[in-house]
Write a protein that binds this ligand. Structure first.
Ligand SMILES: NC(=O)c1ccc[n+]([C@@H]2O[C@H](COP(=O)([O-])OP(=O)(O)OC[C@H]3O[C@@H](n4cnc5c(N)ncnc54)[C@H](O)[C@@H]3O)[C@@H](O)[C@H]2O)c1
Length: 364
């Protein structure tokens, strides 16, 4: 039986616990806050999935930190991700170490150290950009690589979603300043929390062979309110090493949400949508003024995380040997997040020098 130790019994910790139990895995759910463990057992898990699962073991995170499991999952606030990941690699050697997004903070602290530690320990590390694993993404990849849209010209990606949904799922928080969400420097704000758009942009650029992001130009709408200090909207223009130019918008103010990407080729286009409507995702494709071919993909919220668990199982079974949620991809997204803050602060475009590693000195 596969096993997972989950660090952080909050919203994402419960999602992963449910998905792993759905696949029959042994689950140990841990937190440093006993109140969070109680809330998981009495409120979050039964509220979402109907009933608590007695097979899930609850444990203090500090007492469990040396416990072995096939997968260790870090589902805590972003500013604790890298310290906890390094501690895990130091103490145990799981088959997979999965870390939630965003990997860390815009100052990139610990990024280079984590890349080196993962390499040294030969542990497969991944970052939870699970949109890359969805059926909508797989279908869009197939269309992209089939040549149907010709040569890719540009990509536009959007994760625009008012964050009241996040606060509704965390009724114990009084507002943005009560959590990392209200602080860009801690991995919150639009750039960090909604970094799925940067990541899916990079993913499709990789699939198309368009290279890594080489230049970032960003304007951020920064807000200081009620003790919080965050970017509520981020507008990025990106250029890759192969010269492809496109854009990303992420914000925490748009309602209803828009989670989309558009891939424009010289002979057609692909539109990728996540949570397109109440019943799931959608991919549309077409060319010119002809009517688009639309494919709806039924999906529930738990399905996102079951797909993630299945992906991890595939890696452990040797069926999957190249992962779009690898640590390297998560680090690449961190570099663009960091580049966005640097570009905004300097009031100009910045370049990323990938030869210098995952550090602030690589962004100039
Ligand atoms: N991929 C997705 O779709 C998705 C969805 C939701 C959240 N997330 C990400 O998951 C992360 C956590 O978000 P959340 O909404 O679950 O937060 P949350 O506040 O609901 O839960 C975080 C939990 O971590 C615990 N914690 C903090 N420090 C800890 C430590 N050192 N050791 C053990 N536990 C610790 C807290 O007590 C809390 O219970 C964020 O990075 C967020 O962006 C991703």
């Amino acid at each position: 039986m596969r096993s997972i130790r989950i660090v952080g019994a909050g919203s994402i910790g419960n999602h992963l616990a449910h998905a792993a139990r759905h696949r029959g895995w042994k689950v140990v759910l841990t937190d440093i806050d006993d109140g969070a463990l109680q809330r998981a057992q009495n409120e979050i898990y039964p509220g979402r999935y109907g009933a608590w699962d007695d097979e899930i073991e609850l444990k203090d995170a500090r007492a469990a930190s040396s416990d072995h499991a096939d997968v260790v999952f870090i589902g805590t606030p972003p500013d604790s991700h890298i310290p906890l990941a390094l501690e895990t690699l130091e103490k145990v050697s799981p088959k997979i170490l999965l870390i939630e997004k965003p990997l860390g903070c815009p100052d990139l602290s610990g990024c280079a150290e984590l890349a080196a530690a993962a390499e040294k320990k030969k542990v497969f590390c991944a970052v939870g950009y699970n949109h890359c694993l969805g059926q909508n993404t797989i279908l869009a990849e197939q269309l992209l690589t089939s040549g149907e849209i010709g040569q890719l010209q540009t990509i536009t990606a959007r994760t625009r979603e008012h964050w009241r949904g996040i606060f509704n799922a965390h009724p114990w928080l009084s507002g943005p300043s009560d959590s990392y969400l209200g602080f860009s420097s801690r991995g919150g704000g639009a750039c960090g929390e909604h970094s799925h758009a940067i990541n899916i942009w990079q993913h499709f650029a990789h699939v198309a062979g368009a290279g890594q992001v080489a230049e970032v130009s960003a304007t951020l709408d920064q807000v200081k309110r009620d003790g919080a200090d965050y970017d509520q909207a981020a507008y990025l223009t990106l250029q890759t090493t192969e010269g492809m130019i496109g854009d990303v918008v992420q914000d925490v103010v748009t309602s209803p949400h828009e989670k989309s990407a558009r891939l424009q080729g010289d002979e057609g286009y692909i539109e990728w949508h996540a949570n397109y409507n109440g019943s799931g995702d959608m991919v549309a494709s077409g060319s010119g003024s002809g009517s688009p071919k639309q494919v709806s993909i039924e999906k529930s919220r738990p399905d996102d995380f079951i797909a993630e668990i299945d992906h991890l199982a595939g890696i452990m079974d040797g069926r999957i040997n190249s992962s779009p949620i690898s640590l390297q991809r998560g680090l690449e997204t961190m570099m663009v997040i960091s580049g966005a803050f640097r570009s905004h602060a300097l009031g100009r475009r910045v370049k990323i020098d990938w030869n210098r590693g995952y550090c602030p000195e690589a962004i100039n």
